[in-house]
Design a protein around this ligand. Structure first.
Ligand code: COA
Length: 329
């Protein structure tokens, strides 16, 4: 008998209505549409403007849609994991707030903070509970309200990031479909190259940290770029090798949407055709933990049962990895 796997049995996404276009950014910082599009592949991003809303509200919208689509009620859910770096508050976690907002009274939850690799880390974590038959219905959400930590006077970062949420339902599968394997990595020595300088226990908020604009995301774009290409390419190769596969055995690669040039360089390195690489960066920019589930959501209608997918990401920490998934429906 095949071992119990954790399969994705539904996916849903939610993005705010407000669009921040390259033309809008031209009015805010010294940049232009041509530079942004050729360097990043981004045309616009979504920004959450709803008064009183935060990351948990985007998660709740994605999860509500997911429950409706999969015919589940909130009470059926055992656990919710939220991958995010923009939790509603430093504490408590966002996942329990989401449980409360959607009425998942039988669920518990917690957040995973692994920046742009967050969804990958959360999906592999959630899969363990299902594979071990501890829980039967686990929801994994990737969501970030990056607009809450972006400095809209810094052209190095404000052109890249956007807001959004994507959620998947994990359930047991006995046909050898679902999460098959993963390679996850971290290197904390890269933490200064992509981080928020203040607001944590190392440097709590003061007038000075606010004046110095230290409560925003900072990155050394060039260095992050090089590490991202290498990290995503090598872990994808490794997960394929471990499963006696090559890129030819894959129907889809689902890359973190950080920069179109990173995505195409990874595909080129793997000799994988771009038509089978999921891309939506043009519309949403980099939504950090949201990119992978938002891609799955948008490409869901093109996926077939038995398709082999590799999800790969790189993010602050540094954190990175690749996850091999066999699509179950
Ligand atoms: N508009 C116009 N010019 C800009 C600009 C902007 N928005 N941002 C930077 N520039 C300028 C720089 O000041 C620099 O000018 P200089 O040569 O006179 O110093 C020039 O453009 C080139 O800058 P550089 O940083 O080398 O550009 P780049 O090709 O590396 O692109 C990023 C910058 C940020 C788009 C790119 O490095 C990147 O995407 N990195 C990865 C970021 C990422 O993925 N972060 C999320 C974590 S996964």
């Amino acid at each position: 008998m095949a071992k119990t796997r954790a399969a994705i049995t539904g996916v849903h996404g939610w993005v705010p209505e407000t669009r921040l276009t390259n033309a809008d950014l031209e009015k805010m910082v010294d940049t232009n549409d041509e530079w942004i599009y050729t360097r990043t592949g981004i045309k616009e991003r979504r920004i959450l403007k709803t008064e009183g809303w935060a990351t948990s509200d985007m998660c709740a919208e994605a999860v509500k849609g997911l429950l409706e689509k999969t015919g589940n009620s909130p009470e059926d859910i055992d656990m919710i994991i939220v991958a995010t770096v923009t939790a509603d508050m430093v504490f408590p976690d966002t996942a329990n707030t989401v449980c409360d907002k959607i009425g998942a009274v039988n669920a518990f939850g917690y957040d995973i903070n692994a920046a742009c690799s967050g969804f990958l880390f959360a999906l592999s974590t959630g899969a363990q509970f299902v594979q071990n038959e501890t829980y039967r219905k686990v929801i994994v959400v990737g969501s970030d309200m990056m607009s809450s930590i972006i400095d809209y006077t810094d052209r190095n970062t404000c052109i890249i990031f956007g807001d959004g949420a994507g959620a998947v339902l994990l359930e047991p599968n006995y046909e050898d479909h679902g999460v098959m394997d993963f390679v996850l990595r971290g290197d904390g020595s890269g933490r200064h190259l992509l981080h928020m300088k203040a607001g944590g226990s190392l440097k709590p908020a003061t007038h000075e940290t606010v004046e110095n604009r230290e409560h925003f995301a900072y990155q050394d774009g060039r260095k992050v770029y090089a590490h991202a290409v290498k990290g995503m390419s090598t872990t994808t190769e490794e997960v394929l090798r471990r499963n006696n596969m090559t890129a030819d055995d894959l129907q889809w690669i689902v890359p973190h949407q950080a920069n179109m040039r990173i995505i195409s360089t990874v595909a080129e390195y793997l000799k994988f055709p771009m038509e089978r690489v999921m891309v939506n960066i043009e519309k949403y920019g980099n939504t950090t933990a949201g990119t992978l589930p938002l891609c799955l959501w948008e490409y869901e209608s093109q996926l077939k049962k038995g398709d082999n997918l590799v999800l790969t990401a790189f993010g602050g920490g540094f954190t990175w990895g690749a996850l091999y998934l066999k699509w179950a429906y």
